[in-house]
Write a protein that binds this ligand. Structure first.
Ligand SMILES: [Fe+2]
Ligand SMILES: [Fe+2]
Length: 183
């Protein structure tokens, strides 16, 4: 049976600490994701992509609700950075939306690809002893990839400066993930 963290526990983390870190960072990420879509809707809420954005925001809300429940049930301390993600998530969403619908979709592609990598890594770290959490991570990962595909299908790659925008946002997401695991 493969156990959580078997063979690849980073540093001296126990399996319990690893699980707490996973729940903390995923809660933070879903919180930030919802804020990004709220920021985009503040700008594009009356536009032709509003319904798509609302659907994705709704799904992020479900993801957030699930991790909020796990924070309580598993007695995990949420990240101290939530107030920062509250502001930064909304700002990222609003700023990309202000650049246009395609830039907003480019933001979704970059964010969801960063989260996909992140969730894939977690699913590999979680063992049979955490099958329920692993199933949650895998389900959400599939839904994030659907969001990525929505972005691609709605002109993300046609956004002006797509590569630059993509790289900046994806790097920012990776930094946010690393910080939320630790703080
Ligand atoms: Fe999500
Ligand atoms: Fe998402």
């Amino acid at each position: 049976m493969n156990e959580t963290g078997s063979g690849r526990l980073p540093g001296d983390l126990t399996a319990g600490e690893l699980v707490a870190r996973i729940i903390r960072v995923d809660h933070a990420g879903e919180y930030g994701a919802r804020r990004i879509y709220q920021g985009q809707l503040a700008v594009l809420g009356r536009g032709p992509k509003a319904e798509l954005l609302r659907q994705m925001k709704q799904q992020e809300q479900q993801h957030l609700d699930r991790f909020s429940e796990l924070v309580i049930r598993r007695r995990v301390r949420p990240t101290a950075l939530l107030p920062l993600w509250h502001v930064a998530g909304f700002a990222l969403g609003a700023a990309t939306a202000a650049l246009g619908e395609k830039a907003a979709m480019a933001c979704t592609v970059a964010v969801e690809e960063a989260i996909d990598e992140h969730y894939a890594g977690q699913a590999a770290e979680l063992g049979e002893d955490e099958a329920e959490l692993r199933a949650t991570v895998e389900k959400f990962r599939a839904e994030e990839l659907e969001h990525r595909d929505i972005g691609l299908a709605n002109g993300a790659e046609e956004a002006p400066g797509y590569r630059l925008l993509y790289n900046i946002i994806k790097t920012g997401c990776r930094l946010a993930i690393a910080a939320s695991e630790r703080v």
